[in-house]
Design a protein around this ligand. Structure first.
Ligand SMILES: NC(=O)c1ccc[n+]([C@@H]2O[C@H](COP(=O)([O-])OP(=O)(O)OC[C@H]3O[C@@H](n4cnc5c(N)ncnc54)[C@H](OP(=O)(O)O)[C@@H]3O)[C@@H](O)[C@H]2O)c1
Length: 270
């Protein structure tokens, strides 16, 4: 399979490139501001440039495109960029769009694949808009919603836990902000499995354990030998943020069709 990873320099994108290469796929990947690892055909791309996205897809001629490019605070990159990728693949190229549990507000706590998005943040709205365009433009596309992505030390959340434990910056880990963290290796494997399948539509790819950011911090601290007593905890209200935010992706439907096991954080951080 010839695969194009858009956003290949990111935390998830780099793992996708690594695993796809190991599996023997022909891999092309895009970078925007950071250099890529040597094991792919790297192209520089700004997803906001519709013509450039089209030229790149035509030039690479992939069997499948996985879009993992985004910036949380940038509508044009997250929503318009995803639309540009969808348009460039609409001629029949398989597309896997990585989406997020941020399309849900948490009002219902648990969300299955057929739940209607109700985003309450600009980031969630951009991801929800991207989902709509992707599905309208490329009906065979997979929209893969995921949750907090954790690794073996490389994710922003793991870095934050280390910084807080070291006392290098102020901050707290919320006890009322709950997600279903997933390991980056499990997530990349599941995305590649979906990329190589005939599946279409919304899929949920999250870990089995629902944990607060503080509970997750404690698990990371235990794994990395940090003193858990040094981790500051608190609620969203403590820093003036509204309500609790408990968003759990119900992955039951997706799991029925997936060989890849998505471990819970208690297992992959033990
Ligand atoms: N991280 C999480 O916990 C989490 C949770 C739920 C869903 N997700 C979703 O998972 C996906 C990947 O997340 P991640 O954490 O791996 O992201 P990341 O590490 O921040 O990587 C983002 C990628 O997007 C690229 N990018 C940014 N602006 C671009 C532009 N204008 N044109 C082209 N590429 C651009 C970056 O390229 P450069 O690095 O070269 O600038 C990088 O490769 C995203 O779709 C995100 O919404 C993430």
């Amino acid at each position: 399979m010839k695969i194009l990873v858009v956003g290949g320099t990111g935390f998830l994108g780099a793992e996708l490139v690594r695993q796809a290469t190991t599996l023997g796929h022909v891999v092309a990947a895009t970078s925007f501001t950071r250099p890529g690892t040597p094991d792919a055909d790297w192209r520089t791309l700004d997803v906001r440039d519709r013509a450039a996205v089209r030229r790149l897809v035509d030039d690479v001629a992939p069997d499948v495109v996985v879009n993992a490019a985004y910036r949380q605070s940038d509508w044009d990159i997250t929503a318009v960029g995803a639309a540009n990728v969808a348009l460039a693949t609409a001629s029949g190229i398989r597309l896997v769009q990585v989406s997020s549990d941020a399309v849900f507000s948490g009002a219902a706590v648990t969300y299955a694949e057929d739940a209607v998005p109700d985003p309450d943040s600009p980031y969630g709205a951009a991801k929800a808009a991207a989902e709509v365009v992707v599905q309208a433009t490329n009906p065979t596309a997979v929209v893969a919603r995921t949750s907090l992505i954790i690794g073996d030390g490389g994710s922003p959340h793991e870095a934050l836990v280390h910084t807080l434990a070291d006392g290098d910056r102020p901050g707290i880990l919320f006890t009322d902000d709950v997600r279903c963290p997933v390991h980056v290796a499990d997530l990349a494997a599941a995305l590649l499995e979906l990329a190589d399948s005939g599946r279409a539509g919304v899929h949920h790819l999250a870990g089995t354990d629902a944990l607060s950011r503080y509970e997750l911090g404690l698990l990371i601290a235990a794994r990395d030998g940090l003193d858990p007593a040094r981790l500051p905890s608190g609620t969203r209200a403590d820093v003036g943020l509204p309500g609790r935010r408990d968003v759990r992706l119900d992955c039951a439907l997706t799991r029925r069709h997936l060989k890849t096991r998505l471990r819970g954080a208690r297992e992959f951080l033990s």
